[in-house]
Design a protein around this ligand. Structure first.
Ligand code: MN
Length: 738
């Protein structure tokens, strides 16, 4: 099947790849091998080749639009990173970065083959691919960048992502113009700034220039042409200046390397539009870069050049003493050249130059095998450290890089609102915190939440990139139980404030209204509830008045649906014969109500749980991850956020599937272990083993809680014949043995 992934592009047939690009990457003369031979050892090279062959196999048959084999894309991404001398795991992740998204491989398999680090990197990249920014305001772009960084707990994920984007931009030609523009806009707003902040200057400039070219093709063409002409005209002058600089530095006995430096089209364009200048007014389209051996030489060279040509006042910048936030260090000065030509000069040491080129990636440069770090690595270490310190010192500043900390030490999460806006929340925030962050009214009336389009409990923790939609109900009110898990001050203070200000009388009225709604939803008129029914429920709750129950509903201490159900569960004529599964302690707030634990998932204390009001069965408890939950086309009004009550002495049933090797006496051993763990066996069934050496045995055992279960499983694992143990949730054919 042809590959149609949106983010990847085809080269136009007229610009087919160089022949070298199509060489198998595991050949010595392939570009990738030549790059990695410079800094990886034989064993590492073999691993890169192995990853290449694996990716090639996984992408077999996939092509980019023009028929170019898909594998050329990951190879190009790996080449970009190999030029930065990034480490082995990064290169392997680059080669494998689209494998999970596009093929049937999962990241667990990658971790198994290439190690956990590579598995995690690929996993991080796959997750990044899934988030997409919808609204393109400035503030949202800022948040989106933070979200991307926060999601990549390892900065290498971002480095691969940037290389991926760079190659896609380099091959953007074949896309339709609208799509080119959309991707270029995203690159300019999101990815180029990230590259800039991470100090990856060449990648940053290339991303910007390519975006500029596709966003404003005409302006790009005009400026490009004008600059070429200007450079041509000044060629002679520039040659003379270069010579003069070289002579001067030699005379001052400074070891140096000097490079001509072309200004990037996009920065010229920015300067023109920011200062409303015409192209003819932009004089500094050409400059020089002087690279010397150490910091002291930088200042010597500066003095030498200022002696050669007068500096233009106000244009000197010392980024050595005060580095840019992304770690960039250099001296910048502009000189009055001959014929009035302004000359921009950057002066820096070799180490500064390496950092200016590789930025955060310099951290992986020249990795030594022994424990001690090179000076350059120490510097990048210090730089990363400094970023962290800046973050802790000032939290009111909006400097993007301060949030680099999010990357290294995550403390915020970024989630999408239904309109596609991004909201930043403290780590650990729940759906209730989110609701209050949206608006106080939303918080005060929230009843349920959809996370990534699936219903989830209000206590659910927010994760980066989640799409969160709060469901509200007009009569819903804050629940005191929320105080147990909200983390933001805003949510906490609003819930407290609400509870304080609600008058008892008002709560009783509100409670009555809510109860009536609940009863009518069950097709019962409130006045049809007899005094006897009320008395029964009052006894269950050990309260003396109806008023108390209504007030409790109004205050959110009791759920109206649960009370309604309990009123109906005790018809006037049948007194109290339905003591069948009355469970008054297991679920908080369920006093007097029939509670059942779903057969499908069999929750045990410690499991996160949800409750459903079922007309016939009462309150049915499921685990969060029960597959059956997805089948309910949930009416949020019937869904309850429930909690285990503390101190369970009861035993709960749980299903285990144990894979064992078929040996005599094996079942007896398992049974003995279960008994000695103070658990009971409720049911056993053996699946047909089809004559294989292994069988699956399904046990229903009784445990107190998750800790008890964990102990039991640990003991069972010690049995030699036990190969695997799974806790089974969801439907499963149970075959009983006789
Ligand atoms: Mn890709």
């Amino acid at each position: 099947m042809p590959h149609t992934h949106g983010e990847h592009h085809t080269r136009k047939s007229k610009s087919l790849p160089e022949e070298a690009d199509l060489l198998p990457a595991d050949r010595e003369d392939s570009p990738l091998t030549q790059l990695i031979r410079k800094y990886l050892n034989e064993e590492e090279v073999q691993l890169v080749w192995q990853a290449y062959r694996y990716a090639e196999h996984a992408h077999a048959g996939q092509t980019r639009k023009t028929g170019e084999p898909y594998i050329t894309h990951p190879i190009s991404v790996a080449c970009i990173l190999a030029r930065l001398h990034l480490d082995l795991p990064t290169l392997l992740a680059a080669l494998l970065h689209d494998v999970v998204e596009d093929t049937h491989v999962n990241s667990a398999e990658i971790a198994e083959l290439f190690g956990k680090q590579v598995g995690d990197l690929v996993d991080g990249l796959t997750k990044l691919d899934k988030v997409e920014l919808q609204t393109a305001t400035q503030a949202q772009a800022e948040n989106f960048r933070k979200m991307l960084l926060a999601m990549s707990q390892d900065v290498r994920v971002i480095l691969v992502k940037l290389a991926d984007r760079l190659h896609n931009m380099q091959t953007l030609d074949a896309m339709r113009p609208e799509k080119q523009k959309r991707i270029a806009r995203e690159t300019l707003d999101i990815y180029a700034p990230i590259a800039n902040r991470l100090g990856l200057n060449p990648i940053y400039h290339e991303l910007e220039d390519l975006s500029f070219k596709y966003l404003y093709p005409n302006r790009h063409r005009v400026i490009d042409k004008a600059i070429r002409t200007a450079r041509g005209n000044r060629k002679e002058v520039i040659g003379k200046i270069l010579e003069a600089i070289q002579n001067q530095l030699t005379q001052y006995q400074i070891a140096f390397d000097v490079q001509g430096r072309e200004k990037h089209l996009h920065s010229i364009y920015k300067k023109m539009s920011e200062k409303s200048l015409k192209l003819s007014q932009i004089s500094d389209i050409y400059g020089f870069r002087v690279i010397v051996k150490d910091t002291a030489s930088c200042y010597l060279a500066l003095g030498a050049l200022h002696a050669l040509y007068k500096p233009i006042p106000g244009r000197f910048k010392d980024y050595i003493a005060i580095p840019k936030a992304n770690g960039y260090q250099s001296l910048h000065t502009t000189l009055f050249g001959p014929f009035g030509t302004p000359i921009e000069v950057q002066i820096r040491s070799e180490e500064m130059h390496n950092i200016a080129d590789a930025g955060v990636a310099a951290h992986w440069l020249y990795k030594t095998t022994d424990a001690h770090l090179t000076k350059l690595q120490q510097q990048t270490h210090q730089w990363l450290q400094r970023l962290v310190e800046i973050q802790t010192e000032s939290d009111d500043s909006y400097e993007f890089l301060e949030h680099f900390k999010v990357d290294l030490f995550p403390d915020e999460v970024y989630v999408f609102t239904p309109k596609g806006n991004i909201m930043a929340l403290p780590r650990g925030s729940t759906a209730v915190d989110f609701a209050y962050a949206v608006h106080t009214d939303v918080g005060n009336s929230c009843v349920a939440v959809k996370i990534n389009n699936e219903l989830a409990p209000l206590r659910s923790e927010m994760r980066n990139g989640d799409h969160v939609e709060i469901i509200t109900a007009p009569l819903a009110k804050p629940n005191p139980a929320w105080l147990n898990y909200v983390v933001t001050g805003k949510a906490r203070s609003h819930i407290r404030h609400y509870l304080k200000t609600v008058k008892v009388e008002e709560s009783a009225q509100l409670g009555e209204r809510m109860l009536n709604i609940a009863l009518r939803a069950m097709h019962i008129e409130p006045q049809d509830i007899s005094d006897k029914q009320w008395q029964k429920v009052m006894n269950d709750y050990s309260t003396k008045t109806r008023q108390t129950i209504l007030t409790d509903i109004g205050l959110g201490k009791r759920n109206s649906l649960m009370v309604a159900h309990q009123l109906l569960a005790h018809p006037a004529e049948s007194d109290d014969k339905s003591t069948k599964t009355l469970d008054t302690i297991t679920i908080r707030g369920s006093e007097g109500m029939a509670v059942q634990f779903a057969q499908c998932c069999r929750p045990i204390p410690g499991d996160p749980i949800l409750g459903f009001i079922n007309k016939d069965k009462g309150l049915v408890i499921h685990t969060h991850d029960c597959p059956a939950i997805r089948k309910f086309k949930l009416d949020p009004e019937k869904w309850l956020d429930v909690e285990w009550d503390a101190d369970q002495k009861k035993l709960f049933k749980v299903n285990l599937r144990i894979t064992v090797s078929n040996e005599r006496g094996m079942l007896a051993k398992i049974a003995a272990t279960i008994a000695s763990a103070e658990s009971n066996i409720d049911n056993v069934s053996v699946e047909d083993s089809d004559g294989s050496q292994y069988s699956n045995v399904n046990f229903t055992v009784q445990v107190h809680n998750r800790v008890h279960l964990a102990d039991l499983i640990r003991n069972l694992r010690k049995i030699q014949q036990v190969v695997r143990i799974n806790r089974v949730k969801g439907t499963q054919a149970e075959q009983r043995i006789q």
